[in-house]
Design a protein around this ligand. Structure first.
Ligand SMILES: C[S@@+](CC[C@H](N)C(=O)[O-])C[C@H]1O[C@@H](n2cnc3c(N)ncnc32)[C@H](O)[C@@H]1O
Length: 285
């Protein structure tokens, strides 16, 4: 038997998942910033963000990349940071207020149905959000709708599963311990759902974006020890935490211990280096 989930239930489940992971994701902002620094610089540069622009940040989370955008557009520009989770977005609001960024506006919204007028933005970015959406094609159409003509969208997602072995290990071991069949890594909403070569670029084109370009970006996570990575994923990797949440505490601890054992394979003489690869896809309206 298959159970169909109504889209509204699905979206509120996603919002709840990220509400729960919000404080963890926020607390690990320094680690996330260091891990994604080069990719974020490339994202902002490929979206052609410049001073004075009005920019949409989709699935903004705790707002790390929002603040980089705010600096880039300056006080004469404007950023609208959107996310489906009110809790995680409240951190973005707090960081923007603390940094004196009055030109950052916060908007709780599902990217698949943006409560924003047509043709309002000069550019848009989305960092590690699109792959988590059940219908990223709808999100792309919505983003295109709110962009002005000749504006750019730049999005970062995880690339294919073979190039993200830490994610592969976590998903495999988590499903095994939760008694679930091995999950298709490319199912909608999974961490690498848009990682197959050509998949996201094709979706950009179908949504009407022109001049679509996809670039692979290596993004290893370099940490003092595997224990630091374990802390990060246990606090903030909402999709993995959700799979293991069905286990009792002892069984959950066994699952995490097995994940840690396998991830130790990436220990180096200097610490720990988890391979990751991202895809940066850009398009023009
Ligand atoms: C991995 S976090 C990335 C957050 C932030 N962009 C960053 O890179 O730090 C994924 C974010 O996507 C958001 N998200 C998931 N589905 C969404 C949807 N349908 N609409 C808007 N945001 C969504 C989650 O709430 C979460 O904040």
């Amino acid at each position: 038997m298959t159970t169909k989930t109504h889209p509204v239930d699905q979206q509120s489940a996603i919002a709840q998942l990220w509400d729960q992971a919000a404080s963890g994701w926020n607390e690990h902002t320094p680690l996330i910033r260091a891990w994604l620094q080069q990719a974020t610089d490339a994202l902002i540069s490929c979206a052609n963000i410049a001073e004075g622009m009005r920019v949409l940040d989709v699935a903004a989370g705790a707002g790390d990349q929002t603040l980089s955008l705010a600096d880039k557009v300056g006080a004469g520009g404007a950023i609208v940071a959107t996310d489906i989770s009110p809790a995680i977005l409240s951190y973005a609001a707090a960081h923007a207020a603390r940094g004196g960024h009055r030109h950052v506006e916060i908007c709780v919204a599902d990217a698949e149905s943006l409560p924003l007028d047509d043709a309002r933005f000069d550019a848009a970015i989305c960092r590690l959000g699109l792959m988590l959406m059940p219908r990223p094609d709808r999100a792309l159409s919505e983003i295109r709708r709110v962009l002005k003509p000749d504006a750019r969208l730049a999005a970062l997602v995880f690339s294919q599963i073979e190039r993200n072995p830490c994610l592969a290990i976590m998903m495999r071991v988590a499903c095994k311990h939760a008694g679930l069949p091995p999950a298709d890594p490319y199912r909608p909403g999974s961490l690498v759902s848009l990682g197959k070569p050509g998949r996201l670029a094709g979706m950009f084109a179908e949504a009407g974006f022109r001049h679509v370009v996809a670039t692979r970006l290596p993004a290893p996570m370099i940490l003092p020890a595997v224990a630091n990575y374990m802390q990060f994923v246990q606090d903030s990797a909402a999709p993995i935490v959700a799979i293991l949440s069905r286990l009792d505490p002892a069984a959950r601890a066994r699952a995490w211990a097995e994940i840690e054992d396998e991830l130790r394979a990436f220990s180096t003489p200097d610490g720990w280096s988890g391979p990751n690869e991202l895809l940066l896809v850009t398009g023009v309206t």
